[in-house]
Write a protein that binds this ligand. Structure first.
Ligand code: 3NM
Length: 210
């Protein structure tokens, strides 16, 4: 897969009254290189409509597009890949359905990370690093210790997620993360593009020191 540094996920609850596509376009202009559509409340028809629109937007800018959960929708709109949770379909089944599209999976412990790698995931989510209100059914924070473990033991790309803000991202980078995902901090910002640029400056700074 094309590598990435800053991963944005839709979170419409954080920008009431603002159009989701407009917010994501600002994030792209701010430098995110991968976008995930995550909609736990919409009907499949609504998710499909949003997926089509985001596919068009991301294609225009050459940004990678991932759909959370809905493999059928990812295939239908020709997304670049899907993102799975630990309780969704197995990686093996997902691989059969999506072929060589990207498969990402959320992991919350080193055993899950190593298994995902063994089963052919293209990247893993590593979190929640800090407390988050964005994902309701998630486990307790895994802390930067888990980031450190993954950085040491896992060879496929990993993205740190969960409660990451401009104010605490340095800690996550110091633990070895080179890819970051933030939801509320990006889409809830009054300056979405500026927040993305600020994250990227931090990511670049961390890269230089390694
Ligand atoms: N997945 P925020 S944490 C979508 O740990 C998601 O797998 C997580 O949102 C995981 O940046 C999370 O607003 C929510 O905390 C991240």
């Amino acid at each position: 897969m094309k590598d990435f540094r800053l991963y944005a996920i839709t979170g419409e609850q954080f920008h009431p009254g603002r159009d989701m596509l407009e917010v994501m376009e600002e994030a792209i202009k701010g430098g995110v290189d991968i976008i995930q559509l995550r909609d736990k409340d919409g009907s499949p028809e609504v998710v499909l409509r949003k997926a089509r629109a985001l596919r068009e937007l991301t294609r225009k800018y050459g940004v990678t597009f991932i759909v959370n959960d809905y493999i059928d929708i990812a295939l239908e709109v020709d997304a670049d890949g899907v993102h799975l949770g630990q309780n969704d379909v197995s990686l093996t089944e997902a691989r059969q359905r999506v072929g060589d599209k990207i498969i990402g999976i959320s992991t919350h412990a080193i055993e899950e990370a190593l298994l995902a790698e063994e089963q052919g995931a293209d990247y893993i989510g590593v979190g929640p690093v800090f407390p988050t209100k964005t994902k309701v059914d998630v486990v307790d924070p895994v802390t930067v210790d888990y980031v450190r473990q993954v950085a040491k033991k896992v060879r496929i790309p990993f993205v740190a997620i969960g409660g990451i803000k401009l104010g605490n991202v340095d800690e996550v980078l110091a633990a070895g993360a080179t890819r970051i995902c933030a939801v509320s901090e990006i889409v809830g910002s009054s300056d979405v593009a500026g927040t993305c640029q600020a994250f990227l400056r931090k990511l670049e700074g961390a890269g230089d020191s390694h």
